[in-house]
Ligand binder design. Structure first.
Ligand code: HEM
Length: 179
Protein backbone atom coordinates (compact mmCIF):
# COMPACT_ATOMS: atom_id res chain seq x y z
CA UNK A 1 0.00 0.00 0.00
CA UNK A 2 1.05 3.52 -0.91
CA UNK A 3 2.99 5.23 1.92
CA UNK A 4 0.69 8.26 1.71
CA UNK A 5 -2.25 6.13 2.83
CA UNK A 6 -0.26 4.83 5.82
CA UNK A 7 1.01 8.26 6.87
CA UNK A 8 -2.59 9.51 6.70
CA UNK A 9 -3.72 6.50 8.77
CA UNK A 10 -1.18 7.54 11.40
CA UNK A 11 -2.45 11.14 11.38
CA UNK A 12 -6.05 9.91 11.52
CA UNK A 13 -5.42 7.82 14.65
CA UNK A 14 -3.39 10.61 16.28
CA UNK A 15 -6.12 13.19 15.63
CA UNK A 16 -9.19 11.02 16.42
CA UNK A 17 -7.58 9.30 19.41
CA UNK A 18 -4.04 10.27 20.48
CA UNK A 19 -0.38 9.57 19.84
CA UNK A 20 -0.12 6.84 22.49
CA UNK A 21 -2.98 4.94 20.76
CA UNK A 22 -0.94 4.97 17.57
CA UNK A 23 2.18 3.71 19.39
CA UNK A 24 0.09 0.92 20.96
CA UNK A 25 -1.38 -0.08 17.58
CA UNK A 26 2.07 -0.19 15.99
CA UNK A 27 3.34 -2.38 18.85
CA UNK A 28 0.36 -4.74 18.66
CA UNK A 29 0.93 -5.01 14.90
CA UNK A 30 4.63 -5.83 15.38
CA UNK A 31 5.62 -2.58 13.62
CA UNK A 32 7.30 -0.70 16.47
CA UNK A 33 10.48 -0.18 14.43
CA UNK A 34 8.72 0.99 11.24
CA UNK A 35 8.43 4.69 10.32
CA UNK A 36 6.04 5.30 7.42
CA UNK A 37 6.95 7.77 4.66
CA UNK A 38 5.18 8.95 1.48
CA UNK A 39 7.69 7.46 -0.95
CA UNK A 40 7.68 3.81 0.11
CA UNK A 41 5.19 1.10 -0.84
CA UNK A 42 4.36 -1.04 2.25
CA UNK A 43 2.86 -4.52 2.54
CA UNK A 44 -0.96 -4.47 2.64
CA UNK A 45 -0.65 -6.68 5.74
CA UNK A 46 0.40 -3.57 7.71
CA UNK A 47 -2.94 -1.92 7.00
CA UNK A 48 -4.94 -5.04 7.87
CA UNK A 49 -3.01 -5.48 11.14
CA UNK A 50 -3.39 -1.83 12.19
CA UNK A 51 -7.11 -1.63 11.34
CA UNK A 52 -7.75 -5.09 12.87
CA UNK A 53 -6.14 -4.11 16.18
CA UNK A 54 -7.91 -0.73 16.10
CA UNK A 55 -11.23 -2.61 15.74
CA UNK A 56 -10.37 -4.78 18.76
CA UNK A 57 -9.32 -1.78 20.84
CA UNK A 58 -12.32 0.42 20.04
CA UNK A 59 -15.02 -2.23 19.57
CA UNK A 60 -15.87 -0.56 16.24
CA UNK A 61 -16.08 -3.14 13.40
CA UNK A 62 -13.16 -3.05 10.93
CA UNK A 63 -15.53 -2.27 8.01
CA UNK A 64 -16.83 0.80 9.82
CA UNK A 65 -13.29 1.95 10.62
CA UNK A 66 -12.37 1.60 6.93
CA UNK A 67 -15.35 3.81 6.03
CA UNK A 68 -14.43 6.49 8.56
CA UNK A 69 -10.81 6.47 7.43
CA UNK A 70 -11.90 6.68 3.76
CA UNK A 71 -13.89 9.83 4.55
CA UNK A 72 -10.91 11.33 6.33
CA UNK A 73 -8.55 10.65 3.39
CA UNK A 74 -10.43 12.72 0.81
CA UNK A 75 -9.24 16.31 1.42
CA UNK A 76 -5.58 15.23 1.32
CA UNK A 77 -6.01 13.02 -1.76
CA UNK A 78 -7.83 15.85 -3.55
CA UNK A 79 -5.12 18.31 -2.56
CA UNK A 80 -2.37 16.03 -3.88
CA UNK A 81 -4.01 15.49 -7.25
CA UNK A 82 -5.98 18.74 -7.61
CA UNK A 83 -4.44 19.50 -11.01
CA UNK A 84 -6.42 16.58 -12.47
CA UNK A 85 -9.79 17.87 -11.26
CA UNK A 86 -11.91 19.95 -13.65
CA UNK A 87 -13.46 22.99 -11.92
CA UNK A 88 -16.98 22.09 -13.10
CA UNK A 89 -16.91 18.59 -11.58
CA UNK A 90 -19.13 17.66 -8.65
CA UNK A 91 -19.25 14.37 -6.71
CA UNK A 92 -20.72 12.15 -9.45
CA UNK A 93 -18.38 13.56 -12.12
CA UNK A 94 -15.38 12.99 -9.86
CA UNK A 95 -16.44 9.36 -9.31
CA UNK A 96 -17.00 8.87 -13.03
CA UNK A 97 -13.52 10.17 -13.84
CA UNK A 98 -11.41 8.77 -10.97
CA UNK A 99 -10.36 5.67 -12.87
CA UNK A 100 -8.93 7.59 -15.83
CA UNK A 101 -7.54 10.55 -13.89
CA UNK A 102 -6.47 9.99 -10.27
CA UNK A 103 -6.05 6.22 -10.21
CA UNK A 104 -4.41 6.25 -13.65
CA UNK A 105 -1.89 8.80 -12.42
CA UNK A 106 -1.26 6.78 -9.22
CA UNK A 107 -0.54 3.66 -11.33
CA UNK A 108 1.87 5.63 -13.54
CA UNK A 109 3.84 6.99 -10.57
CA UNK A 110 5.13 3.67 -9.27
CA UNK A 111 5.02 0.16 -10.75
CA UNK A 112 4.04 -1.25 -7.36
CA UNK A 113 1.03 1.05 -6.91
CA UNK A 114 -2.19 -0.82 -7.45
CA UNK A 115 -5.30 1.23 -6.74
CA UNK A 116 -8.53 -0.70 -7.24
CA UNK A 117 -10.36 -0.85 -10.55
CA UNK A 118 -13.45 1.35 -10.37
CA UNK A 119 -15.82 0.43 -13.16
CA UNK A 120 -18.38 3.24 -13.12
CA UNK A 121 -21.71 3.16 -14.95
CA UNK A 122 -23.44 6.51 -15.12
CA UNK A 123 -27.16 5.79 -15.27
CA UNK A 124 -28.24 9.41 -15.53
CA UNK A 125 -27.27 12.92 -14.41
CA UNK A 126 -28.00 12.06 -10.77
CA UNK A 127 -27.20 8.37 -10.48
CA UNK A 128 -24.36 5.90 -11.02
CA UNK A 129 -23.02 2.51 -9.99
CA UNK A 130 -19.43 1.88 -8.97
CA UNK A 131 -18.15 -1.66 -9.39
CA UNK A 132 -15.09 -1.81 -7.14
CA UNK A 133 -12.71 -4.66 -7.96
CA UNK A 134 -9.66 -5.35 -5.80
CA UNK A 135 -8.04 -8.37 -4.14
CA UNK A 136 -7.50 -6.09 -1.13
CA UNK A 137 -11.21 -6.26 -0.26
CA UNK A 138 -11.37 -2.67 0.97
CA UNK A 139 -14.87 -1.79 -0.26
CA UNK A 140 -15.53 -0.08 3.08
CA UNK A 141 -12.73 2.36 2.31
CA UNK A 142 -14.33 3.00 -1.10
CA UNK A 143 -17.71 3.76 0.51
CA UNK A 144 -16.00 6.18 2.91
CA UNK A 145 -14.15 7.90 0.06
CA UNK A 146 -17.46 8.43 -1.79
CA UNK A 147 -18.98 10.00 1.35
CA UNK A 148 -15.85 12.13 1.79
CA UNK A 149 -16.10 13.33 -1.81
CA UNK A 150 -19.76 14.32 -1.27
CA UNK A 151 -18.65 16.41 1.72
CA UNK A 152 -15.72 17.83 -0.25
CA UNK A 153 -18.06 18.95 -3.06
CA UNK A 154 -20.58 20.29 -0.53
CA UNK A 155 -23.24 17.76 -1.52
CA UNK A 156 -23.27 15.53 1.59
CA UNK A 157 -26.93 16.25 2.37
CA UNK A 158 -28.04 15.28 -1.16
CA UNK A 159 -25.92 12.21 -1.93
CA UNK A 160 -27.04 8.68 -0.94
CA UNK A 161 -24.34 6.01 -0.90
CA UNK A 162 -25.74 2.47 -0.87
CA UNK A 163 -23.50 -0.58 -1.09
CA UNK A 164 -25.63 -3.31 -2.72
CA UNK A 165 -23.20 -6.18 -1.99
CA UNK A 166 -21.12 -7.11 1.07
CA UNK A 167 -18.37 -4.51 1.52
CA UNK A 168 -15.59 -6.99 2.22
CA UNK A 169 -15.63 -8.87 -1.10
CA UNK A 170 -13.23 -8.58 -4.04
CA UNK A 171 -16.09 -7.07 -6.04
CA UNK A 172 -18.33 -4.52 -4.39
CA UNK A 173 -21.16 -2.62 -6.04
CA UNK A 174 -21.95 0.82 -4.71
CA UNK A 175 -25.03 2.72 -5.83
CA UNK A 176 -24.68 6.52 -5.63
CA UNK A 177 -27.65 8.81 -6.11
CA UNK A 178 -28.10 12.58 -5.88
CA UNK A 179 -31.51 13.76 -4.66
C1 HEM B 1 -10.51 11.36 -5.66
C2 HEM B 1 -9.33 11.06 -5.92
C3 HEM B 1 -8.61 9.80 -5.58
C4 HEM B 1 -7.27 9.69 -5.40
C5 HEM B 1 -6.26 10.79 -5.52
C6 HEM B 1 -7.00 8.31 -5.04
C7 HEM B 1 -5.74 7.81 -4.78
C8 HEM B 1 -5.47 6.55 -4.30
C9 HEM B 1 -4.17 6.05 -3.90
C10 HEM B 1 -2.86 6.85 -3.94
C11 HEM B 1 -4.32 4.78 -3.47
C12 HEM B 1 -3.22 3.82 -2.96
C13 HEM B 1 -2.90 2.82 -4.05
C14 HEM B 1 -1.86 1.81 -3.67
O1 HEM B 1 -1.41 1.75 -2.53
O2 HEM B 1 -1.40 1.05 -4.54
C15 HEM B 1 -5.72 4.48 -3.57
C16 HEM B 1 -6.27 3.31 -3.17
C17 HEM B 1 -7.63 3.12 -3.07
N1 HEM B 1 -8.62 3.87 -3.66
FE1 HEM B 1 -8.37 5.67 -4.49
N2 HEM B 1 -8.16 7.61 -5.01
C18 HEM B 1 -9.17 8.48 -5.34
C19 HEM B 1 -10.49 8.18 -5.47
C20 HEM B 1 -11.06 6.99 -5.12
C21 HEM B 1 -12.46 6.70 -5.19
C22 HEM B 1 -13.52 7.65 -5.73
C23 HEM B 1 -12.62 5.45 -4.69
C24 HEM B 1 -13.85 4.66 -4.51
C25 HEM B 1 -15.00 4.92 -4.97
C26 HEM B 1 -11.31 4.96 -4.32
C27 HEM B 1 -11.07 3.76 -3.73
C28 HEM B 1 -9.83 3.33 -3.31
C29 HEM B 1 -9.63 2.17 -2.46
C30 HEM B 1 -10.71 1.32 -1.84
C31 HEM B 1 -8.23 2.03 -2.30
C32 HEM B 1 -7.48 0.98 -1.42
C33 HEM B 1 -6.79 -0.07 -2.22
C34 HEM B 1 -7.67 -1.18 -2.74
O3 HEM B 1 -8.83 -1.32 -2.29
O4 HEM B 1 -7.20 -1.92 -3.62
N3 HEM B 1 -10.38 5.92 -4.62
N4 HEM B 1 -6.39 5.56 -4.10
Amino acid sequence: MHGTILTLLKRYVQSQYDHSTWVKLMELSGLENVEFDHKTVYPDAHVYALVGHAAEMTGIPAGELHEKFGEYLVPDLMYMYQKLVKPEWKTLDMLEHTELTMHKQVRAEHAENAPPVLDVTRIGPNELYIDYVSPRRMGGLAVGIVRGLATYFDEADRIDVLPTTAEDGQRVRIHVRRR
